[in-house]
Design a protein around this ligand. Structure first.
Ligand code: PEP
Ligand code: MG
Length: 600
């Protein structure tokens, strides 16, 4: 062990990105950044040669990435778009042209010029408000590191060659590295770098190997052969554990493995209580690529397709055709089940870098969602056209976010009808009986839910925002995060009122906020008589298992008790006690298990 030697059983804390517990020996792989030396080039001939050398390194890098893509196992083939994205980074002018220009203008070596390009790109990414896109800088760094290694002739140790059972320990792993891991040998991995939304994390979930990232200095503490316990639920790594810790973790591992595989095995079964009450369990997705995983985990359709991400990841507003292809594919993958496509919910905490939003003091109360769409009718209409056109290829429902009252809803529906008429005139096919719904996520919409219901086919309660607006706490402000409270009696009453308005008017009602996937809220929500819960894909198996062990009759009785409680603390304690006794095998701690899939 090196200077940073740790005492037996030291626990390192990182970010859990792929669940599971593994106990094994470390294999440290060198993915540290290359040391780069500045070199001044004396004459034009040298400069010309340097440009050629850089172009060759680019080509070699592209070939390596394509080779990795071709060798991707079937298990993770659906993530091959990540390697396509890496190949596009090699071609990106910020990487290729900028570096070549720097070599030519400053007469410096390719390695140094590339380093300068990377610094510029990093600066640009830093200014992006949206965390997911900012996280993509890791992909750019991975690709430039590969180009640098090709320039210096150092190459990469291929991880596909590993022949013993090990846990990989690295400063950082690129998605390309991760995609070639031999999972019959590599039990899992830990890295100093990385975050929850990194593509490396997405691939680890696809490979179903435990992974903890963002440990900051794990490579300082661990050397080849060090015994490790990786807890992919809690995001912890225990270095050099003693026998007692090993035994405790072995038991925990056996227990969770058994529990999770039983939940997964049964996840294709309907979410039906033993006394015959059936509720529909669907998935929330952000990307087309998540659709098939949602099915594998037992989703009975998509209850919320958040469509902003395609806009956020593009350099300009995506065209109707691109949107149509995306929605059509999701509908085809999910068919015969239904996909609920939510129209753009930009603003709030999601802004387009290429479209001015103007500075708002309170963006959550500003030009967000349908307010933005009504102000930008061409963007809105092009999305509506794409959704309607896709509805000819599968079962699609349209859902409007942030509806605050009837006038606004009628205005939005007017635009929808205009678009329908246009398509009819053009002879374009779409589902003429397409269902139209609204998210109920603003308190005013709850209060007038009965009048909204008369103009809609369904509601979906967005508790993430409903809690924000009802309790007056900014959902992205860490100083008031402690007040974000799904057990607040006001929130429960608002949910009840919305469900009642839907039932009284004979329309369906769903809930798609994070509460839907929180096992502690399941009994409560079931008792309301809600038709559908839509949640992050990883939560589905456990939720289904839970519902299959709950009695509907008892859930209704419990809800009546809950409605008499006056504080969140009482509500939470009551629910925890009831739920724990329903699933005594895993207890309240186990209820936070999330069999995460490709959720970013
Ligand atoms: C919600 O507000 O509960 C919701 C599901 O939508 P989002 O989290 O995208 O705002
Ligand atoms: Mg919302």
């Amino acid at each position: 062990m090196n200077d940073n030697a740790v005492t037996e059983g030291t626990t390192l804390k990182g970010i859990a990105v792929s669940p599971g517990i593994i106990i094994g020996r470390a294999r440290v792989v060198d993915r540290s950044q290359q040391k780069i030396i500045y070199q001044y080039l004396i004459n034009d001939e040298e400069v010309g040669r340097e440009v050629e050398r850089f172009k060759e390194a680019l080509q070699l890098t592209k070939n390596q990435i394509m080779d990795l893509k071709n060798r991707m196992s079937d298990q993770i083939k659906e993530h091959s778009f990540i390697l396509d994205a890496h190949s596009m980074i090699v071609d990106d002018t910020m990487v290729s042209d900028t570096t070549i220009n720097t070599i030519l203008e400053e007469k410096i070596n390719a390695e140094w010029a590339l380093k300068k390009s990377l610094q510029k790109i990093k600066q640009l990414f830093k200014e992006i408000d949206y965390e997911y896109i900012r996280g993509r800088i890791n992909d750019v760094e991975n690709v430039t590191e590969r180009i640098l290694r090709n320039l210096t002739g150092k190459g990469y140790e291929s991880l596909s060659k590993i022949k013993e059972k090990v846990i990989i320990v690295a400063h950082d792993l690129s998605p390309a590295d991760t995609s070639e891991l031999n999972t019959s040998m590599v039990m899992g991995f830990i890295t100093d770098m990385g975050g929850k939304t990194s593509h490396t994390a997405i691939i680890a979930q696809g490979l179903k190997i435990p992974a903890v990232v963002g440990l900051e200095s794990a490579t300082n503490y661990v050397q080849d052969g060090t015994l490790l316990i990786v807890d992919g639920y809690k995001g912890e790594v225990i270095v050099d554990p003693d026998d007692d810790i090993i035994i405790a973790y072995q038991e925990r591992k056996l227990y969770y493995d058994k529990y999770i595989s039983s939940a997964l095995r049964l996840s294709y079964l309907p979410a039906e209580t033993p006394d015959g009450y059936r509720i529909s369990i669907k998935a929330n997705i952000e990307f087309l690529e998540e659709a098939s995983a949602a099915k594998d985990y037992g989703a009975e359709g998509i209850g919320l397709y958040r469509t902003e991400y395609l806009y956020l990841m593009s350099k300009a507003v995506p065209g109707e055709e691109e949107l149509f292809q995306d929605y059509k594919q999701v509908a085809e993958i999910i068919s015969p089940d239904q996909v609920t496509i939510r129209t753009l919910d930009l603003g709030g905490d999601k802004f387009l870098s290429y479209h001015g939003f103007g500075d708002e003091v309170n963006p959550a109360l500003g030009l967000r969602a349908i307010r933005f769409c009504l102000k930008e009718p061409s963007i809105f209409k092009s999305q509506l056209r794409a959704i309607l056109r896709a509805s000819a290829y599968g079962k699609i429902r349209i859902m409007f976010p942030m509806v605050s009252g009837l006038e606004e809803l009628l205005e939005v529906k007017k635009v929808l009808h205009e678009v329908m008429k246009e398509l009819e005139k053009e002879g374009v096919k779409y589902d003429h009986s397409i269902k139209v719904g609204a998210m109920i996520e603003i308190p005013s919409a709850v209060m007038v839910a009965d009048s909204l219901a008369a103009h809609l086919d369904f509601f979906s309660i967005g508790t993430n925002d409903l809690i924000q607006y009802a309790l007056a706490i900014d959902r992205v402000n860490e100083h008031v995060a402690y007040m974000y409270d799904p057990y607040h009696p006001a929130v429960i009453r608002m949910i009840m009122q919305t469900v009642k308005a839907a039932k009284d008017n004979g329309i369906e009602v769903a809930l798609c906020g994070e509460m839907a996937g929180d096992p502690l809220c399941t009994a409560l929500l079931l008792g309301t008589g809600i038709d559908e819960l839509s949640m992050n894909t990883g939560a589905i198996p456990l939720l289904k298992k839970l519902i299959r062990s709950l009695s509907y009759e008892e859930a209704v009785e419990n809800l009546n008790e809950i409605l008499k409680l006056t504080t969140s603390k009482e509500v939470r304690e009551f629910i925890a006690k009831k739920t724990e006794t329903l699933l005594p095998e895993i207890g309240v701690e186990g209820l936070s298990l999330n069999m995460a899939t490709s959720n970013s």
